[in-house]
Design a protein around this ligand. Structure first.
Ligand SMILES: Cc1cc2nc3c(=O)[nH]c(=O)nc-3n(C[C@H](O)[C@H](O)[C@H](O)COP(=O)(O)OP(=O)(O)OC[C@H]3O[C@@H](n4cnc5c(N)ncnc54)[C@H](O)[C@@H]3O)c2cc1C
Length: 386
């Protein structure tokens, strides 16, 4: 019979960060169970890699205030690159209500300690990205420490250091049941046999609700398809620009390699485990791209290079982090609603803190993210979704 101190179900960026933070805290007998033959085949390998502190709730801002400096120091601390590029996030306002919204958010972000966010005028935006159609641009917000990371590389850095610290990773090991002892979690049944542990963490990304169901607890996480389009090489727009978000319709893009990565969250998308890329999406997004960046009319796109992945949506668009009251020892690290890469460092630290010392300083009040909030109706509200 195998035993571990902590079992982590899922070897994506969140599970890997938890393994890293636990082993750094001295908890060495950590076992990561990943059902695929390779890590990163879930949402982590499909992500756009954006990291930002420009959120609207204190807890999401605090999660980013831990995570972004962590990514900045990643190479030095973990000996592996995170690929962090602080090129910024530029929210472009086209309505007075957008400007009011950005101003309110910026004040909150600054009050929590974010130093690098500022209002930016329409003229400055045009100077920064002259190719934007600017007749309706009123201004915006820029945070210069926001930017991008390489999610696969960061995941690799986390897991490599965790393994150096003593953690074990089982690949091709699917969890098929959660074991209990009385009302407490006792381990997992896997396709490679039974493992006993007094602590089990659900880091199964979009599949988290299925894993929770095995434990007999309710976890409201729903998969939602998101599609990304990398363009062919394109030099008519600078590759030093920030992530640009057109607040008119949510279209956003950032430099990637010699081209750009285009994203837009289709409001008509419906929940489900849909992994196929819909070719009709290309026209939908290119219309919005050319509307804001007229020279994008000349973009070349190869549909075979576009892809789809799954957001793991929670009802209030915040991560669900913490122990289940009804099943002591069973923890959730799920439901990041499109922010799991940028919040993976904070999540790993919070889960490790809660397991090893039952409290954390990363966020003011970790109970706001606990799974219990859905029972008590104490939901949060995040509106800065991309
Ligand atoms: C198109 C797209 C763009 C995105 N852009 C961004 C972005 O810009 N910034 C950002 O922060 N986030 C972004 N995200 C979201 C981000 O990718 C996710 O929030 C994050 O990767 C979640 O990581 P994870 O480790 O929880 O999940 P995953 O990477 O999905 O890992 C979960 C793992 O659990 C394994 N697993 C599941 N069930 C079992 C089981 N029963 N037994 C064993 N293993 C199991 C899976 O195989 C998988 O490897 C984006 C997502 C998509 C799809």
């Amino acid at each position: 019979m195998q035993t571990a101190d902590v079992i982590i179900i899922g070897g994506g960026i969140v599970g890997s960060s938890i393994a890293y933070h636990l082993t750094e805290a001295g908890c060495r007998n950590v076992l990561v169970l990943e059902r695929e033959a390779h890590q990163g085949k879930g949402s982590t390998g499909k992500s756009m890699g954006g990291v930002r502190a420009q959120f609207t709730t204190p807890v999401n801002i605090q999660m980013s205030l831990y995570s972004i400096p962590f990514y900045a120091a990643f190479g030095e601390q973990l000996g592996h690159p995170s690929g962090y590029r602080p090129q910024g996030y530029l929210f472009v306002a086209t309505k007075p209500a957008h400007l009011e919204y950005l101003e309110t958010n910026r004040r909150l972000q600054e009050s929590l300690g974010l130093k690098d966010v500022r209002m930016i005028s329409a003229a400055e935006i045009v100077a920064m990205v002259p190719q934007l159609r600017s007749d309706d641009i009123l201004g915006g917000n820029l945070c210069t420490t926001d930017g991008f990371v390489d999610p696969y590389s960061a995941m690799t850095g986390f897991i490599q250091r965790a393994v150096e610290n003593g953690a074990t990773v089982w690949k091709s090991a699917e969890v098929t049941a959660i074991l209990k002892n009385g009302n407490r979690v006792a381990g997992t049944m896997t396709t490679r046999g039974e493992v006993h542990a007094r602590v089990v963490v659900n880091a199964a990304g979009p599949w988290a609700a299925q894993v929770a169901e095995m434990a007999g607890v309710n976890l409201p996480v729903t998969p939602l398809r998101r599609m990304l389009i990398p363009t062919e090489p394109f030099d008519e727009v600078s590759h030093e620009i920030p992530m640009v978000i057109d607040m008119t319709n949510g279209f956003h893009f950032r430099p990637e390699g010699r081209g750009f990565l285009l994203a837009w969250n289709d409001p008509e998308e419906t929940p489900g485990f849909k992994f196929d890329f819909d070719p009709e999406f290309i026209e939908k997004i290119l219309i919005r791209a050319a509307d804001r960046v007229p020279c994008f009319e000349n973009l070349a796109v190869n549909p075979k290079r576009a892809w789809a992945g799954l957001y793991e949506m929670s009802p209030d668009h915040h991560g669900i982090i913490g122990e289940f009251e009804e099943l002591p020892g069973f923890y959730a690290a799920n439901g990041f609603s499109g922010h799991g890469v940028m919040h993976a460092p904070a999540t790993g630290k919070i889960i490790a803190d809660l397991i090893t010392s039952r409290s954390t300083k990363v966020i003011d009040n970790p109970s706001v993210l606990s799974p219990a909030r859905f029972k008590s109706g104490r939901l949060l509200h995040e509106t800065a979704l991309l």
